[in-house]
Design a binder for this molecule. Structure first.
Ligand code: HEC
Ligand code: HEC
Length: 365
């Protein structure tokens, strides 16, 4: 949406609404935040060289992932300077609003945004990329707010929504920027629950896949199917022994990715190498897979679960045995690694996973 369209929305908001109008005002306040957040999400002026926005790595037309071609085959993203490389695969923003805030229970961790949960929620998360040294590369919050203030329509919008003084304090203003973006990310249109799965349109093969997913393949032990609108994750953290992405390692020169242990509030070394269990909505249109983007095809992912521990098993994408993971601490065994699935059963599971695509992305699969 263009900024002019947003400005029109804000005019309808009055801060002194009478009681009967209050509900109506709340709703239009939210829709104003969504419109503002949507504009900010796609505004390249908010990166150092004005070349990159959130939408660059989370393309709303492509399942909110980074579908640009790059030297790592899209495993990790290139930053706004055109050469800095990140270290993790950009996940989808669809359904991210359902991830609970980061918490610990009996020594186990759950939820939080990012693969290591280090941002408690979407507001905190949205502050990260602006200042990240391999992403949008802005020097500080003040600089981001100054870019926002270059745009008169934004200035008016922020004052209308967050109060006249909001832009006087950079930190408060930066939080308001993140808040508007988070409101956009929370809008229902980004998490519509309108896939073939939601509509109950599974064909015979897809139904067989779902049965295997819940049964023989044991996927639901982690990718929980907990309600009529499942997110296919219990939000926990596991080390499933994902092969190291040695190509990315060579190119970005970064050290080992310790996963959950990189979260500043986690001090237990046994958490090294654990990553948040991914939700699987829109999975067919959000390749490549895993935190390091090491697998290109869903069939490879399923084959990995099926044969990781089988002597002589081959990764079909490299024609080599499964490469060792970067971190070997507490790798899950038992529920995975040698599932005894036939090739046809692997195909059934893939067919099921492909029913989890929102209708607006179905043409991409
Ligand atoms: C250069 C590419 C890039 C840009 C630009 C970028 N992101 Fe991301 N985003 C990523 C990567 C990579 C991750 C995963 C990082 C991690 O786990 O440490 C991520 C993670 C996220 C997540 C967490 C999703 C989850 O399930 O954990 C959200 C939400 C998100 N980004 C929103 C945004 C917003 C909002 C912006 C703009 C302010 C933005 N991103 C800009 C690459 C990018
Ligand atoms: C022991 C827990 C566990 C089990 C069992 C499990 N997964 Fe996963 N799954 C994970 C974790 C953790 C991740 C994230 C790993 C990472 O990013 O490195 C993941 C990631 C994935 C991804 C990639 C998501 C993305 O966006 O990149 C797919 C696809 C997937 N799992 C499918 C399955 C299927 C199909 C099964 C059953 C055959 C299964 N999983 C069984 C824990 C599990």
């Amino acid at each position: 949406m263009r900024a002019t369209a947003i400005a029109a929305l804000f005019l309808s908001i009055s801060s002194y609404a009478s009681q009967p109008q209050l509900e109506q005002t709340k709703a239009s306040l939210t829709s104003s935040k969504v419109a503002l957040g949507q504009a900010l999400f796609s505004d390249q002026n908010l990166s150092l060289n004005r070349t990159m926005s959130c939408a660059t790595c989370h393309n709303p037309d492509h399942g909110f992932i980074d579908n640009r071609y790059n030297v790592t085959d899209g495993a990790v993203s290139v930053g706004q300077d055109g050469h800095s490389l990140g270290d993790r695969n950009a996940p989808t923003v669809t359904y991210a609003k359902f991830t609970p805030a980061f918490y610990e229970r009996n020594g186990f961790f759950f939820g939080g945004q990012f693969f290591d949960g280090r941002a408690a929620d979407l507001v905190e998360q949205a502050k990260g990329p602006f200042l990240d040294g391999s992403e949008m590369q802005m020097p500080n919050a003040k600089a981001v707010v100054e870019r926002v203030m270059e745009n008169d329509e934004y200035v008016q919008a922020f004052k209308n929504i967050y109060g006249d003084k909001i832009l006087n304090d950079s930190n408060k203003a930066f939080t308001a920027v993140a808040d508007a973006i988070a409101q956009f990310e929370k809008s229902d249109s980004i998490s519509p629950f309108d896939s073939k799965f939601d509509k109950g349109l599974l064909n015979e093969q897809e139904r067989r896949g779902l049965k295997l997913f819940k049964g023989k393949a044991m996927c639901i032990k982690c990718h929980a199917v907990q309600s009529s609108r499942p997110l296919f994750t219990n939000f926990g953290y596991r080390n499933i022994g994902v092969p190291a992405n040695t190509k990315v390692r060579q190119l970005n020169g970064k050290g080992i990715d310790n996963g959950l242990f990189k979260n500043p509030s986690v001090t237990d070394v046994r958490k090294k190498g654990k990553f948040r269990i991914s939700g699987l909505r829109n999975i067919a249109v959000t390749a490549p897979y895993m935190h390091n983007g090491v697998f290109k095809e869903l069939k490879t992912v399923v084959h990995f679960y099926n044969t990781r521990d089988v002597e002589g098993a081959i990764n079909p994408e490299t024609n080599m045995p499964w490469r060792a993971p970067e971190v070997t601490t507490e790798i899950i065994t038992g529920n995975m690694g040698d599932l005894g699935l036939s090739d046809a059963e692997e195909d059934d599971i893939v067919a099921f996973l492909r029913t989890l695509t929102d209708s607006k992305y179905s043409h991409l699969d």
